[in-house]
Structure formats: structure tokens, C-alpha cells
Design a protein around this ligand. Structure first.
Ligand code: ADP
Length: 262
């Protein structure tokens, strides 16, 4: 049933999340354990300085603390509030903010098919996903390039849906964010959806962007895939289910985030 499917998708996202964290946590615990071992040995033999090892252990504890705080913030996310969302309104409303976020060296092009189906998804999450993808695209194009946001209607038949676990056949809107940046090597592409996986310097990346988008897409009954080629660019394709709520209900207004004053 639909509810069981939803639960399975939720568990899948949670499983991904805990897997990534357990891995990072384990590394930190090993570092702390290693330092404690040296400290113990030195204390027993009354030999030498332990300060450096105390500092190292303390640093690892602080990192682990940051990790749990992020995890808590992640799990406290607002529950999804799916609504009938018009993507043209949403993308048009976000365009300014995206252009400002990526800077002048990057050309932003939006190509939305006419008569784009309304989707059934949490509009705030769609906006967050688009912004996140735009920032990732910017980071991949340090010398400028092109960012293209495309929207098309797509029907997945049983065969097409079967190739993605947990995806039902039906109507979807495909939202694609493509860049002409560095692309991802296979080892990065393989881990891109893993929570906390990042190749960015400390403080610049959280490694949560794509994993959040993945969780959101699955919980919305859609999915997300990445196509990337090193030296050419990356395309992230977000499939979101078509809204079947009566057209004459009128579209639910889409919230546009406050524009920062320039
Ligand atoms: P973050 O951006 O904080 O690192 P993400 O989960 O959004 O976290 O992305 C994980 C990693 O995937 C990035 O660190 C980067 O290596 C890679 N990546 C994501 N988007 C792109 C892109 N558009 N082009 C190239 N690499 C990307």
C-alpha cells in the first residue's frame, strides 16, 4: 500500500543517514581511542608529554559533537507539507535569488515547458532543493559557466518506473538543474547522496545538500538521479509526482523567500 511504501522510503532515507554518520563517528572514536591508548601507556610508564594527545582527543570529541548537532537539526526537520505547487510560479519567484547566489560569471537560463503539470510536493522543500543545487553548480564553476533549470512533463510507464526502486508508474514533472562545471569523478558520484559526504573544505560544505534532496524526493513519491561527466558538467534530475487535485481548486500560493536587500 501507499503508506507502507512511504514508510519504506522513509526507512531508506534514515538508513542512508545513519550509515553515513556511523562511518564518520567510527573514525572519530578510533582517533579518540588511539589518543587514549598513548595517554594510558605514558601515564603508566611515567614517561613523557601527554598534552598533544589530550588536545587531539579533545578535537575529535568536538568534531563528534558538531556531527550530532547536525544530525539533530536534520532529524528535527519540519514534516513535509505537500500541496499543489505550480513550478513556473516557484521558479520565476526564485530566479532573482538564484542569480544573486551564483554571481555574475554564471549565466542562468530557465526553460520551463508550457503547460507544465502542477506537482504534489512541499513547495518550501522544492525551493530549498533548487537553491541547494544552484549553489552546488556555482561551486563546480569557479570560473563561470552556465546554469540551466529545465522543467518538462514526463510519463513513466511500468517498465521505466520499475528501474527505480519504490517509484510508481504515472505522471511526473522532471525538474533538471544542469551546469557546465567540473563534473564528478565516479568515486564522488557514487557517494554524492551520502549524508555528510563532501569534497569541500571544512566550513564550506556540510555534505547534507544532496542527501536531503534525495530524502525529500523519495518521501514525495518521486526520485532523483545525477548524470555527470568530468570536465563537462553535471545534471541533477528531480522527478516529482503530478498533482491530481482538481485544477479548479486554484493553485496554492507559493511562498517566495524574503529577498535580501542589496
Ligand atoms: P556539499 O555541497 O555541502 O558538499 P552535497 O551533498 O550537496 O554537499 O554534495 C556532495 C558532494 O557532491 C560535493 O561536495 C561535491 O563534491 C559533489 N557535487 C555536488 N554537486 C555537484 C556539482 N553540481 N558538480 C560537481 N560536483 C558536485
Amino acid at each position: 500500500t501507499r503508506a507502507a511504501l512511504f514508510q519504506a522510503q522513509k526507512m531508506e532515507a534514515v538508513g542512508q543517514l545513519t550509515g553515513g554518520i556511523a562511518h564518520d563517528f567510527n573514525n572519530l572514536l578510533q582517533a579518540i581511542g588511539g589518543s587514549l591508548e598513548v595517554i594510558e601507556r605514558r601515564l603508566m610508564t611515567g614517561q613523557g608529554d601527554i598534552q598533544a594527545y589530550v588536545t587531539a582527543a579533545r578535537t575529535s570529541v568536538d568534531r563528534a559533537k558538531t556531527l550530532t548537532q547536525r544530525l539533530l537539526a536534520f532529524s528535527r526537520r519540519q514534516p513535509l507539507q505537500p500541496e499543489r505547487t505550480d513550478l513556473k510560479t516557484l521558479v520565476d519567484g526564485l530566479r532573482d535569488l538564484i542569480e544573486r547566489s551564483v554571481g555574475e560569471a554564471i549565466r542562468v537560463e530557465t526553460r520551463l515547458a508550457p503547460e507544465l503539470w502542477p506537482i504534489w510536493a512541499d513547495a518550501n522543500q522544492v525551493e530549498a532543493a533548487l537553491l541547494n543545487l544552484a549553489i552546488n553548480a556555482r561551486d563546480a564553476m569557479p570560473h563561470g559557466g552556465q546554469l540551466t533549470i529545465q522543467g518538462v512533463n514526463i510519463h513513466l510507464d511500468a517498465t521505466a518506473a520499475a528501474s527505480e526502486t519504490g517509484v510508481l508508474p504515472g505522471d511526473y514533472t522532471l525538474l533538471e538543474v544542469a551546469d557546465t562545471g567540473t563534473g564528478m569523478p565516479p568515486d564522488v558520484l557514487e557517494r554524492a547522496f551520502e549524508p555528510f559526504f563532501t569534497t569541500k573544505p571544512l566550513g564550506q560544505g556540510t555534505g547534507l545538500g544532496l542527501s536531503q534532496i534525495y530524502g525529500f524526493a523519495r518521501q514525495s513519491g518521486g526520485y532523483v538521479r545525477i548524470d555527470s561527466e568530468v570536465g563537462h558538467g553535471t545534471s541533477v534530475k528531480l522527478y516529482l509526482p503530478r498533482s491530481h487535485h482538481a485544477e479548479n481548486l486554484g493553485s496554492v500560493p507559493v511562498k517566495v523567500p524574503d529577498q535580501p536587500q542589496q
